[in-house]
Ligand binder design. Sequence first.
Ligand code: SF4
Length: 473
Amino acid sequence: MDGALHVDESVLLRLAGAGPRYTSYPTAPEWTDDFGPDDATDAAVRASATPDQPLSLYVHLPFCSRLCLYCGCTVEISGKPSRADAYLDAVEREIELVSATLGERRDLVQMHWGGGTPTFLSVEQLQRMHGLVAERFRFLPGAEISLEVDPHVTTHAQIDALMDLGFNRVSMGVQDLDPHVQHVVRREQTAEETDALVARCRERSVEGLNMDLMYGLPDQTEEGFGRTLDEIVRLAPDRLAVFGYAHVPWMKPAQKALEARGTMPGPTERARLFGLAIEKLGAAGYEVIGLDHFAKADDPMAKALHEGTLHRNFMGYALAPSEDMVAFGMSAIGELAGTYVQNARTTAEYEAALSDGRLATIRGLRRSPEDELRRAVILSLMCRMRIDLDELEAQTGREGLAEHFAAEWTRLRPFADEGFCRMGERRLEVTPTGRLFLRHMAMVFDEHLHRRRAEAAAREAAGEDGPRFSQTI
Ligand code: SF4
């Protein structure tokens, strides 16, 4: 995709609406509570049968010293760095239990630490955490080793220690540099702090720098967000994610305060803010990878997109050629041998389970054969920007996919009419503009979503309350 990309506001607006991001299929709302530590162990046993297959690994480090009001993560607010010691004890036990079950399967192609704020941990705690993984897993050459950093709290000493440990990619939360918006959402972070941390990472020859921005926050304006985008372009991260703020106060009560602290942009304003990001980043040489992810044209992620080797897991888009991901920590989600597993969502429950010598699994799902098929279609769409029924029949061993997906194929026609894809009898190719609307096309294949939407409509008709979705734009 060359140069500036313009997408009509009316198109962005028309496609605004609730929907999942497909970091898994079936998506998290489908997983059941009727799934516990024994099921997670069973998945790890099955995963141990392929010791040569590399793994991805995720660690959730949930602590933050302050709560940003827009936060959608699972966090524990704490002013005491020593608080993380007991948590790391629990993570250590979990790593011991899972790695013992995985046996010889221990090669890693990707590791990511998310949060929370991983750099809430002191240098010593960061070193300890890395050691816990390195003792039981083996980083393959070229493994992508990354973590999230908050420029407001991350010190140069921490960056130095992380680079010494072998971290090669840093993901910086920025969201918006406008001081007023930062005040409204209670995340003050000066441009100087961001600048200084970027400079330090570069001095230490970090291989990749990601930044996260957010649109749809209260009091955001095109003018202010435009300045943020210009500043970010100047800082030149290799990859960018431009997320739409998901206002879900029924799930995240702290978000409710935002309604009184500023004016929430409506759908048209959200569409304009996202359109502005698409335009400015395109003009600066960033390519749309998919949904809301952008990368410099010479970044390995853009190359993977063109070579058809891109992957998608709970960390979002990934280069790692691994189907399975082990995940440690409170609320962490793993994927092993066709099974999704999720840990307890509070540190208290998580630590209690591990101190009893049990895994802290609270929910999950083992995919059915139909789930596997639909997941393969959605992954092909999201990562290879195509659906090729011949290819999928060969890959999955299923025949008659044209008949099986006849209704879906018909429902995709309007996307072709919009110019988001080109369709033949057995093949669909996503156009560059269509990359922004992948989740809308993926939703066509999500049979669980269709069922839940029908149920939600019935509930609404009956005046009952029930689950809702966040916005896609
Ligand atoms: S730093 Fe991130 S995880 Fe922590 S409260 Fe803010 S948004 Fe949430």
